[in-house]
Design a protein around this ligand. Structure first.
Ligand SMILES: NC(=O)c1ccc[n+]([C@@H]2O[C@H](COP(=O)([O-])OP(=O)(O)OC[C@H]3O[C@@H](n4cnc5c(N)ncnc54)[C@H](OP(=O)(O)O)[C@@H]3O)[C@@H](O)[C@H]2O)c1
Length: 267
């Protein structure tokens, strides 16, 4: 049986994706933060709920250990958990480790989790990594990555979402020849989810539409072996040009390895 880890499976599009994977016979490891909704989902779809708050790097490490206790192989990792431009508290916040919160949860946690789980993905190859990004993208300011100046929730969100894309492109190169691919996408615009409702935006698209786009990258036979791609929905698209800036990618990678204590462990 193939095994998938879906982060942020307790709500929104992640919940629908986890449900669809389980219905298609996958063993699903469903990550989330909310215990009650996690347990309910696990009962509903026959998944294993793994609880972790991704705003803490030690929690991300613990999540990787929980996954390793469940399985020696992964065929699919969907980094989906995230905070929107309007979170549950207004203003700039920091993670447990002192990093800007959206950068930490939306990007850095996925970066760290993916690297910690690479041995399982390689063991499970052919395997896919899908990073759920967004069309909302803003170039990373390497002089102030943590946005201590000119902060807004929207800017923090868009920067973290572009960071996921830089990471995906970098990872695709790193994983060439291993049988593990990495792709990323904007699932759909303003789906009817908690994140969008919290922002006070009238939803434009259904959660089903976004789930379909994620499932396409996760399972489509036409994408077998294809890596380093960005999709808008079900169509390949062009992200912000910074995604093709090799110097920006190197800087982000170096910073991320340092912040996650992975420098020296990952070549
Ligand atoms: N909604 C859209 O229109 C849209 C558009 C483009 C991209 N996206 C992307 O799609 C992904 C899913 O968004 P959504 O709209 O489905 O969001 P959502 O309904 O708000 O769900 C967010 C999920 O992320 C989890 N999460 C949030 N903060 C967390 C933390 N600190 N630690 C662990 N888990 C955390 C939540 O867990 P709990 O519920 O357990 O707290 C929940 O499962 C995000 O990456 C988002 O950026 C969404």
């Amino acid at each position: 049986m193939k095994t998938a880890l879906v982060t942020g499976a307790t709500d929104g599009v992640g919940r629908v994706v986890a449900t669809r994977l389980a219905a298609q016979g996958w063993r699903v490891l469903a990550h989330g933060r909310n215990q009650q909704r996690g347990e309910q989902l696990a009962r509903e779809i026959g998944a294993t709920f793994l609880k972790a708050d991704l705003s803490s790097l030690s929690e991300v490490r613990r999540l990787a250990e929980l996954v390793k206790a469940q399985t020696a192989e992964l065929q699919l990792l969907i980094n989906n958990a995230g905070i929107g431009s309007v979170g549950d508290r207004p203003g700039r916040h920091e993670s447990a480790d002192g990093h800007e919160l959206r950068f930490a949860v939306n990007y850095l946690a996925g970066f760290q989790l993916t690297h910690l789980l690479l041995p399982l993905l390689k063991a499970g190859a052919p395997a896919r990594i899908v990073n759920v990004s967004s069309a909302g993208q803003q170039a990373i300011d390497f002089d102030d990555v943590m946005l201590t100046r000119g902060y807004s929730g929207g800017r923090a969100y868009c920067q973290s979402k572009l960071a996921q894309i830089l990471f995906t492109f970098d990872l695709a190169e790193e994983l060439a020849g291993t049988g593990v691919t990495a792709t990323c996408l904007h699932p759909a615009t303003y789906m009817d989810t908690t994140m969008v409702r919290r922002a006070g935006v009238k939803p434009w698209s259904s959660v089903a539409e976004g789930a379909e786009a994620i499932m396409n990258l996760a399972l489509s036979p036409s994408l077998q072996g294809r890596s380093g791609l960005y999709f808008n929905g079900i169509n390949q698209a062009q992200p912000n040009p910074q995604a093709f800036d090799l110097d920006a990618r190197r800087r982000l990678r170096t910073l991320s390895l340092e912040l996650t204590d992975l420098a020296g462990q990952v070549t």
